[in-house]
Design a protein around this ligand. Structure first.
Ligand code: NAD
Ligand code: LMR
Length: 329
């Protein structure tokens, strides 16, 4: 049976993440090995030629699942009929720059893109924002797409989640597949809180298995939270292949579900759970079922975790107020 191709739009397609992402989408890793895709690449006019070069390479791979590629510098065209929108295009943080500095530069990009999604996206559209500051960019886009259910707008903290899995696995000498129920809370920024208190390693509580609060506070949390800056310092450019990999994981899980007895992390619109103000796009423990991400309910939050979550959420409130002040929402 021939399936109708899924329309996948990637913004910033000529950038570093785009280059690492497009080939995996076209080879079936985003949605599954039997789902054909049609790619729409959105770039700024100066980068359209580079996107065309990448499209030539995609052609040269002869991917059986790739049913076509369109390239445009017009957001309305890019999002017309889109099923999965990966909003990657943004200005990356350079050495010494904090995410707050990016709010104004990048905020302006996400308002027209939200409007274009509102105008033309397919009914089942799912949006993942990767471009930083991801949570607040997602909020801007979501607010400009009032006809799309708010839950369809998400921001990426799966890279932080994967980073935390690797750090914990190394510490305990286990495989990442031995770890379940790890959570990234809050903002995709240095204030994020990677939480081991609810995580399990081979069925045992992860914080207890580590049994080293000093490592948790002074090593694990800062290593995960500042990993993006460490990569920029080391590579001279922000993470690209690992970010693309996390975007693939985020969408694949969203569509195909989380494993029984496990959850993952994603920044989704808050319904007020865990004291996170309603409407903010904040990272939570989430399960995915029937194509929906849902916030895991009922976890007990101790004083240590409460303070960390509150600090990151306070930063999100500041970012929201800043973009409100700039008239972006
Ligand atoms: P890059 O500079 O290599 O590529 C960005 C691309 O976006 C460029 O080709 C640029 O022309 C394009 N672009 C800019 N404005 C655009 C617009 N209005 N419409 C369409 N395209 C536009 O950057 P990169 O390394 O690919 O990173 C992209 C973004 O992802 C950055 O904001 C970076 O900070 C962020 N990032 C997020 C995470 C995360 O975990 N959430 C991880 C790594 C990087
Ligand atoms: C990352 O986490 O690798 C990126 O968000 C880095 C950054 O801050 O641009």
């Amino acid at each position: 049976m021939t399936r109708t191709p899924v329309n996948v739009t990637v913004t910033g397609a000529a950038g570093q993440i785009g280059y690492a992402l497009l080939f995996r989408i076209a080879s079936g890793h985003l949605l599954g090995p039997d789902v054909p895709v049609r790619l729409r690449l959105l770039e700024i006019p100066q980068a359209v030629k580079a996107a065309e070069g990448t499209a030539m390479e995609l052609d040269d791979c002869a991917f059986p699942l790739l049913s076509g590629i369109d390239i445009t510098d017009d957001a309305k065209t890019a999002f017309d009929g889109v099923n999965v929108a990966l909003l990657v295009g943004a200005r990356p943080r350079s050495k010494g720059m904090e995410r707050g500095d990016l709010l104004e530069a990048n905020g302006g990009i996400f308002k027209p893109q939200g409007e274009a999604i509102n105008a033309g996206a397919a009914d089942d559209v799912r949006v993942l924002v990767v471009g930083n500051p991801a949570n607040t960019n997602a909020l801007i886009a979501q607010r400009h797409a009032p006809d799309v259910p708010a839950e369809r707008f998400t921001a990426m903290t799966r890279l932080d989640h994967n980073r935390a899995l690797s750090q914990l696995a190394k510490k305990l000498g286990v495989s990442v597949t031995d770890i379940r129920k790890l959570t990234i809370w809050g903002n995709h920024s240095a204030t994020q809180y990677p939480d081991l208190f609810h995580a399990e390693v081979n069925g045992r509580n992860a914080a207890q298995a580590v049994d080293d609060q000093a490592w948790l506070e002074n090593d694990f949390i800062p290593t995960v939270a500042k990993r993006g800056a460490a990569i920029i310092e080391a590579r001279g450019a922000s993470s690209a292949a690992s970010a693309a990999n996390a975007a693939i994981d985020h969408v694949f899980t969203w569509v195909n579900g989380t494993a029984e007895g496990d959850w993952t992390s994603a920044a989704v619109v808050s319904d007020g759970s865990y004291g996170v103000p309603e409407g903010l796009i904040s990272s939570f423990p989430v399960t995915a079922k029937d194509g929906r991400y849902e916030i895991v309910q009922g976890l007990e939050i101790d004083e240590f975790s409460r303070g960390r979550i509150d600090a990151s959420v306070a930063e999100l409130v500041e970012e929201r107020d800043a973009v409100q002040g700039l008239g972006l929402i």
